[in-house]
Write a protein that binds this ligand. Structure first.
Ligand code: BDR
Ligand code: CA
Length: 324
């Protein structure tokens, strides 16, 4: 779809995206960043069970769209549980609602009646092949179910950009595994082995993007609703990781996905092979990254390891300031 930039006179093609998410305070910031960015056409948001159960993640997604002043955004409910394993949630990090921190009103915008997995399939089958990007911010259940139900979508996806995994940095839910991959390792394995262009943004990268007091203050000082609400979200979210890691602020994971699409130059990465452990109890959900290319496994992902944190927070603040 072509839109005219009235101020510059330049014509810019928007990037159609689907956001698959389990909000989550950091998911919330990612959704705000996407909705604030004119480069994206947000085709829909599909909620998945993850940080908290599905009934809360779909509601939280709608709360954030309303906070952003975008109640026309289409929000769908997807999978209620992972493909094989039982659901593991993270209320100890995100609070009972998944979105503890600010007081946000109950959403009045509707939840779409279509199943989120079917929305993903229908969108990919109806849009021109190679045009739609999937931004995944939670367990990969919805996308893997879509691939299993309609394998033809795999070759139609432009790219998956996923927050998940950790290699040099280890895990955050077990010593070996990062939360999103741990919750549904089978889904992650399916997505990574479907020959889809894939960008992985693991803890190795997001642990450098810390919500320091100075960075949160910038959101607090904004004159709109979304800025101070973001500060409330971040202050609640960071308390767990600040205690755990002893840092000024906690890692801000999910908005890195949108930032990679908007400003890839903020990241350093390598084309390597990533495999997911689905068998061992001890290392369940570990992302085994062949960073040094010591195997002959074919690269299947662009794996990020570094981020320009100042540039990332500048982008996030500048964009969120433009919202309602
Ligand atoms: C990931 O897990 C969730 O708790 C966050 O929302 C993020 O997507 C970080 O490991
Ligand atoms: Ca998330």
């Amino acid at each position: 779809m072509l839109k005219t930039q009235q101020d510059t006179g330049i014509t810019m093609a928007k990037l159609p995206i689907i956001i698959d998410t389990d909000p989550g305070q950091d998911d919330a910031l990612a959704i705000l960043l996407a909705l604030a960015s004119p480069e994206f056409e947000v085709l829909g948001i599909t909620a998945v069970a993850g940080n908290v159960p599905l009934a809360l993640t779909e509601k939280n997604a709608r709360k954030i769209c309303e906070l952003a002043g975008k109640p026309e955004t289409k929000v769908f409910a997807g999978a209620v549980r992972p493909m094989v394993r039982s659901l593991v949630t993270a209320e100890h990090v995100h609070g009972r609602t998944g979105l503890d921190g600010p007081v946000l009103p109950e959403p009045t915008m509707p939840l779409q009646s279509q199943y989120g997995v079917d929305f993903i399939i229908e969108t990919l089958m109806n849009r021109p092949a190679g045009t739609v990007t999937l931004c995944t911010l939670g367990p990969l259940t919805n996308l893997a179910l879509a691939i299993v139900k309609e394998p033809r979508i795999a070759s139609r996806i432009k790219r998956i950009v996923a927050m998940g995994g950790g290699f040099f940095e280890g895990g955050n839910i077990t010593p070996a595994a990062e939360f999103n991959i741990y919750v549904d390792p089978h889904a992650a394995r399916i997505c990574l082995s479907s020959d889809i262009p894939f960008t992985l943004i693991p803890l190795d990268c997001t642990h450098q993007a810390l919500t320091s007091a100075k960075r949160v203050a910038r959101f607090r000082a904004m004159k709109n609703k979304s800025g101070p609400a973001s500060a409330d979200l971040l202050e609640f979210f960071e308390r767990f990781d600040e205690q755990k890691y002893g840092t000024d602020g906690g890692p801000l994971h999910d908005p890195c996905v949108m930032a990679w699409l908007l400003r890839p130059e903020l990241f350093t990465s390598r084309e390597v092979n990533v495999a997911v452990e689905c068998e061992s109890d001890l290392t369940m959900g570990m992302t085994v990254v062949d960073w040094w290319r010591v195997t002959d496994r074919k690269p299947n992902a662009t794996v990020c390891r570094g981020i320009n944190a100042e540039g990332f927070f500048d982008l996030l603040s500048e964009r969120i300031e433009t919202l309602a």
